[in-house]
Design a protein around this ligand. Structure first.
Ligand SMILES: *[C@@H]1O[C@H](CO)[C@@H](O)[C@H](O)[C@H]1NC(C)=O
Ligand SMILES: *[C@@H]1O[C@H](CO)[C@@H](O)[C@H](O)[C@H]1NC(C)=O
Ligand SMILES: *[C@@H]1O[C@H](CO)[C@@H](O)[C@H](O)[C@H]1NC(C)=O
Ligand SMILES: *[C@@H]1O[C@H](CO)[C@@H](O)[C@H](O)[C@H]1NC(C)=O
Ligand SMILES: [Ca+2]
Length: 580
């Protein structure tokens, strides 16, 4: 019997140590895995008083005082790192430190509710020896060692000095160096001994995942699902899609989006196996039957994250007021990933997106469509999801993140137009721009707009003067979306098409130019822009980025649809400025 309990005890320690390590582990480079000391975690139900209970004090002070008494440590051995308040609780994150240098892998977290401590986790250590806190090798030598060990290049993130506890309970002084290799999709944080110059280990920022979805360039499920492996862009989403900066999820939630069923935000879709979201949609069943709603949530999670990553490359970053839970680069306010409700039961045959100011989540609602039997799910038509998501970028980037600047009718029409045009851009796959782009044809059986987007004026006759009779925002939006479709076709005609444009904004090809101008112009145009101002912002964006190389192409294309040099007050003008 005593032997039996010894075995149990041993088992417990092994488990708790490996649970700590496996938190971030991937099997790609086992030799470089970073050691994590075992952690402890306590929860206190209704809450525990802390030394400063009942007194006014900061979250940092309360958390620090609590950790000091719990672990019997001196305030000089710990440092408050960060904290925040959710709608439910306050969270504080603390690092162990020695001579003001923090530990990379000895941390603590304390949560408070109603002034009491409700949980406490920690992995503080008592090292058997500590390296001197003054480094004896140079930063450059450490960077070289990290680059050589990980087959990549240091990025522009400054190196830092930290302590790293080793498995033998000694503590090394290390340089922390980020190393990336975009061609291999790798991104590491390396720890290099600041005394020996040797590479010790690394954190792998890229998590492996696979999703059965409709690839972004497909319009709807009639084109077929595919299992995509690691579709995340490590430049745009360095934490991956499932890490919100604090925890790593196993479901359709992460730093850029949280996707759930109907009104219940806890009804996210879990992974079907570790790192895999493999749900097979059955079009003969209703949207809620079988695996269909899991397939729908997985697809929306994939689309919102992909769109985040594409836009990020082109400038919709933290500083430009994007939607992220945790901001990796400086600028902007975090805590505002997109919340997406799939199969929302409060509506039918529609979808929408609400854009509050930077720092508050955008809200996407996707409804079912009842033209067909069984009903069809807006979540499985990519142009609908991208259209809605695009309201987020246009509302955030026009007027500086307030969400207030596309309110009057004409701006609302532009807003719908940008959203259609973005869906159109995302689905182009080659140098011949599909000249018959129509939205909503899957969910609604027939397209939901009056004309397909086309350069052919028989197929799509809309011009600037059409606005005189189009007062509804989606109707007037068709005029703008078709102009932007024409601009896209003209740019691709002139400069070609880059297939990798969704992850490479550096090319000179027409589809790359189009997305740069789209996003640059949003930041230039005034609050409540009208059509002519939106056109002028595109032309100025081209001046800013390409020294006006496309000025005449833009004028000619806008003029071909009535928005020429003398266009005014919804009267068509087909002229271009002198010199074009
Ligand atoms: C929300 O979903 C979770 C998980 O499916 C369930 O346990 C919970 O009861 C639901 N809450 C409501 C209010 O429906
Ligand atoms: C995610 O799943 C892994 C195993 O697949 C498990 O160890 C881990 O605790 C899970 N994480 C969360 C946040 O549920
Ligand atoms: C995904 O699911 C399908 C159908 O259940 C199965 O045949 C396939 O092997 C799965 N793929 C992965 C990678 O899990
Ligand atoms: C435009 O479309 C019409 C109707 O489909 C067709 O007859 C015409 O040839 C097209 N024009 C061009 C220039 O392709
Ligand atoms: Ca933000």
């Amino acid at each position: 019997m005593p032997n039996f309990s010894l075995v149990l005890l041993l088992g417990f320690f092994l488990n708790s140590a490996s649970a700590g390590r496996s938190l971030k582990a991937t099997v790609r480079k086992p030799a470089t895995q970073t050691f994590f000391p075992g952690n402890s975690f306590q929860t206190f139900e209704g809450g525990l008083d802390h030394p400063l209970s009942g007194r006014d004090g900061s979250l940092a002070d309360a958390a620090s005082a609590f950790v000091q008494t719990q672990l019997q440590v001196d305030s000089s051995t710990m440092k408050y790192k960060s904290g925040y308040s959710s709608d439910i609780a306050q969270h504080a994150y603390i690092k162990q430190q020695h001579e003001n240098i923090p530990f990379a892998n000895a941390v603590a977290n304390v949560a408070f509710k109603d002034g009491k401590v409700v949980s406490f986790g920690y992995s503080f250590v008592k090292p058997s020896s500590l390296a001197s806190s003054s480094p004896t090798v140079s930063v450059d030598a450490a960077i070289s060692a990290a680059e050589a060990a990980l087959d990549g290049k240091h990025n522009n993130i400054p190196t830092t000095l930290e302590y790293l506890v080793n498995a033998d309970n000694t503590a090394s002084l290390v340089y922390v160096v980020q190393v990336q290799n975009p061609a291999q999709d790798t991104w590491y944080e390396a720890f290099v001994d600041a005394h020996s110059g040797k590479f010790i280990s690394a954190i792998d920022f890229v998590s492996n995942a696979a999703y059965r979805v409709l690839p972004i360039f497909k319009q709807d499920l009639t084109e077929g699902f595919e299992l995509l492996v690691n579709p995340q862009d490590p430049v745009s989403s360095p934490l991956g899609w499932h890490n919100d900066g604090i925890t790593t999820s196993n479901d359709t939630s992460g730093n850029n989006a949280m996707v759930y069923l109907d009104q219940n935000t806890t009804d996210t879709t879990p992974q079907s196996a570790p790192g895999i979201f493999n749900y097979t949609q059955d079009p003969t069943l209703s949207p809620g039957a079988g695996m269909n709603s899991d397939a729908a949530r997985t697809n929306v999670f994939y689309i919102i994250n992909t769109v985040h990553d594409v836009w990020y490359r082109y400038g919709f970053t933290e500083a430009a007021f994007n939607f992220q839970q945790t901001n990796v680069q400086t600028g902007g306010v975090g805590g505002d990933r997109v919340l997406a409700s799939v199969q929302n039961s409060e509506g039918i045959n529609n979808a929408n997106f609400a854009t509050p100011p930077d720092g508050q989540s955008g809200q996407m609602n996707l409804y079912l469509w009842n033209a067909a039997n069984p009903e069809r799910d807006g979540a499985l038509e990519n142009d609908i999801v991208t259209h809605e998501n695009t309201h987020g970028i246009t509302n955030r980037m026009t007027g500086g993140g307030t969400g207030r600047c596309l309110q009057i009718v004409e701006s609302g029409g532009l807003s719908e137009g940008w959203s259609d045009a973005m869906a159109d851009w995302m689905e182009q796959v080659g140098p011949t721009i599909v000249d018959f782009f129509a939205l909503g044809g899957y969910v609604n059986l027939v397209p939901i707009r009056h004309h397909p987007y086309s350069t052919n004026s028989t197929t799509n006759p809309l011009t600037y003067s059409s606005l005189m009779t189009l007062f509804e925002v989606h109707d007037s939006g068709e005029v703008w979306a078709n102009m932007l479709h024409n601009v896209h076709a003209a740019l691709v005609d002139a400069h070609g098409f880059l297939e990798t444009a969704r992850t490479d904004p550096t090319g000179s090809e027409g589809n790359v130019v189009w997305l740069h101008l789209f996003i640059d112009a949003l930041a230039l145009q005034p609050c409540q822009p009208d059509f002519l101002q939106a056109r002028d912002a595109w032309i100025q964006a081209d001046q800013n980025r390409y020294a006006g190389a496309n000025k005449c192409l833009l004028w000619k294309t806008f003029a071909s649809r009535g928005m020429g040099f003398h266009a005014f007050d919804y009267t068509d003008d087909f002229s271009v400025p002198a010199g074009c």
